[in-house]
Design a binder for this molecule. Structure first.
Ligand code: C6P
Length: 407
C-alpha cells in the first residue's frame, strides 16, 4: 500500500495536528465518530457565510442556493451507495433514527402478534431496542441468530430461524464491538427466498468498504454521517421505493405534506414524506462534501489500506502477553477490541489518554456482546483511513507500558 496518499490525507484533517497532554494525538476512536477533513469543514463554513437559508420554501436566491446544494447532496448519497433513485434516500438524524423510523412505520404496518423479527447476537443497541419496542407494541417475537466464540454468525442456526412467521431480518453489516463483517449477501438471498425483507445496519460498514445497495439487494440500509467523515446529526435511510411508498409517514409537520385541512392531510411524495420539518441543512451539505472527498480517494483503496492496519495491529496485539482480542472473525473490519488481565478497560482508556491516545472503553452499546464474552467492557481501538502503522506502534507501546506499570 505504498501508493496510499496517507501523508497528504492526514494534512486534510486539521485536528490530527493537535497535541493531547503534550503528546501528538493518536486518534483511534473512529468507530464512535471519526474526524472531519477541511473539505467538510469548509463546505459548512462556506454555506453559512454565503449561501444559507431554509430550503424547499423560499423563492429568494439564498433559499434556492441552499436547496440546490441540499438536493445535490442527496444525489451524491444516492450515487455513493448506488441506489436506483433519489426518492430512496431519506435524510434522518442518524442510524438510530433510521432504524426507529422503519420499526415504527414499516414495522407497525406489516408486523402483527406472533410474527417474528430476526436480529443477531452481535447487534448494537440501536438494532435491538427499536425491535423490542415494536414487539411490545404488536406482540411480535424477537429471535436472535447466535454467533461463535470468534464472533462469527452461526449460519446454519441463522437459516433455521427463517420461517413462515418471519416478517423482517435486521442485521448489522459490520459489528462495532467485534469488527465482524457478516455474510450479508448470502443472508439476504436466504431471507428473500422466503419473501422476508432485510434491513442492514451499515453504521460501521459504510466508512470502510464500497457499499452497493442494488448489488446487495437489501430492502433498507441505514448509516450515520458522523462515522463517514461528515457531520453529526445527519444520517441516511435507504429503502426500496416500493416499500417506502407503501409505508405510512413517521412524523407529521412541514415539508412532508401535500395538502392540509383541519379534517385531513395528504402527504408529499418520496423522499419528503419522511422528512418532516426543517432538516439539518448544513449537515446534509457537509455529508455531500465528505462523499466527494471519499470518492476522490476511492472506497476500495481505503478498504485495502485499512486491511493492512488491522493485520498489523492484530499481529502486534497477539504478541502481548495478557492481552486477549475480543472478536476474531475471518471477515473483519478495522476494529481491535481487547481486554487485559487484571486491568479494567476504563483504566486502559484513561492511561492511554495520558499518552495522547484516544480509544473507547466500555460496552460499546452492545451489552449482549459483553455478556456473551462474560466481560464487563472492552478496550476498543478503531482505525480510519488516516491512521498509520506508526500510530499502532504507539498504541502497542502504550499497552505494554501500562501492563508493566500495573505489574
Ligand atoms: N456506534 C460506537 O462507538 P448513531 O448513534 O445513530 O450515529 O449510530 C448508532 C449505531 C448503530 N449501529 C452500529 C453498528 C453502531 O456502531 C452505532 C454507533 C458507536 O460503536 C456509538 S455507540
Amino acid at each position: 500500500m505504498n501508493n496510499f496518499p496517507i501523508e497528504q490525507l492526514r494534512a486534510d484533517f486539521p485536528i490530527l495536528a493537535e497535541t493531547i497532554r503534550n503528546k501528538p494525538l493518536v486518534y483511534l476512536d473512529n468507530a464512535a465518530s471519526c474526524q472531519k477533513p477541511n473539505a467538510v469543514i469548509d463546505a459548512i463554513s462556506h454555506l453559512y457565510r454565503h449561501d444559507y437559508a431554509n430550503i424547499h420554501r423560499g423563492v429568494h436566491t439564498l433559499s434556492v442556493r441552499s436547496t440546490d446544494q441540499f438536493e445535490a447532496a442527496r444525489e451524491k448519497v444516492r450515487a455513493f451507495i448506488n441506489a436506483a433513485s433519489n426518492k430512496e434516500i431519506i435524510f434522518v438524524r442518524g442510524a438510530t433514527e433510521a432504524i426507529n423510523l422503519v420499526a415504527q412505520t414499516y414495522g407497525k404496518a406489516a408486523i402483527q402478534a406472533g410474527d417474528e423479527i430476526i436480529i443477531t447476537a452481535m447487534e448494537h443497541h440501536s438494532n435491538i431496542v427499536p425491535w423490542q419496542l415494536l414487539c411490545e407494541q404488536t406482540g411480535a417475537v424477537l429471535k436472535i441468530a447466535p454467533m461463535n466464540q470468534q464472533g462469527e454468525l452461526l449460519y446454519a442456526e441463522f437459516e433455521a430461524l427463517l420461517t413462515d412467521k418471519t416478517r423482517l431480518l435486521a442485521v448489522v453489516h459490520m459489528s462495532n464491538a467485534l469488527g465482524t463483517i457478516n455474510p450479508v449477501e448470502k443472508m439476504i438471498a436466504a431471507a428473500h427466498a422466503k419473501a422476508i425483507p432485510v434491513l442492514l445496519d451499515g453504521a460501521q460498514a459504510i466508512p470502510h468498504m464500497p457499499v452497493d445497495v442494488q448489488a446487495l439487494d437489501c430492502d433498507f440500509y441505514v448509516f450515520s454521517g458522523h462515522k463517514l467523515y461528515g457531520p453529526s446529526g445527519i444520517g441516511v435511510l435507504y429503502g426500496k421505493q416500493a416499500l417506502l411508498e407503501a409505508m405510512p409517514p413517521y412524523q407529521g409537520g412541514g415539508d412532508m405534506i401535500r395538502t392540509v385541512t383541519f379534517e385531513r392531510s395528504t402527504y408529499a411524495g418520496l423522499p419528503y414524506k419522511f422528512e418532516a420539518g426543517t432538516p439539518a441543512i448544513a449537515e446534509v451539505i457537509g455529508l455531500g462534501a465528505a462523499i466527494d472527498y471519499l470518492n476522490a480517494i476511492g472506497m476500495s483503496a481505503i478498504a485495502d489500506y485499512e486491511a493492512t492496519l488491522l493485520t498489523y495491529a492484530t499481529e502486534q496485539a497477539k504478541q502481548i502477553k495478557g492481552l486477549t482480542i475480543i472478536g476474531e472473525a475471518a471477515e473483519k473490519g478495522a476494529i481491535l477490541s481487547f481486554v487485559l488481565e487484571r486491568i479494567h478497560p476504563h483504566d486502559i482508556g484513561t492511561m492511554l489518554d495520558s499518552l495522547g491516545i484516544a480509544i473507547r472503553a466500555g460496552h460499546h452499546c452492545a451489552m449482549p456482546v459483553m455478556d456473551f464474552y462474560q466481560v464487563p467492557a472492552t478496550a476498543r481501538a478503531s482505525f480510519a483511513m488516516y491512521n498509520t502503522h506508526a500510530e499502532i506502534d504507539v498504541l502497542m507501546a502504550g499497552i505494554k507500558g501500562l501492563i508493566t506499570a500495573f505489574g
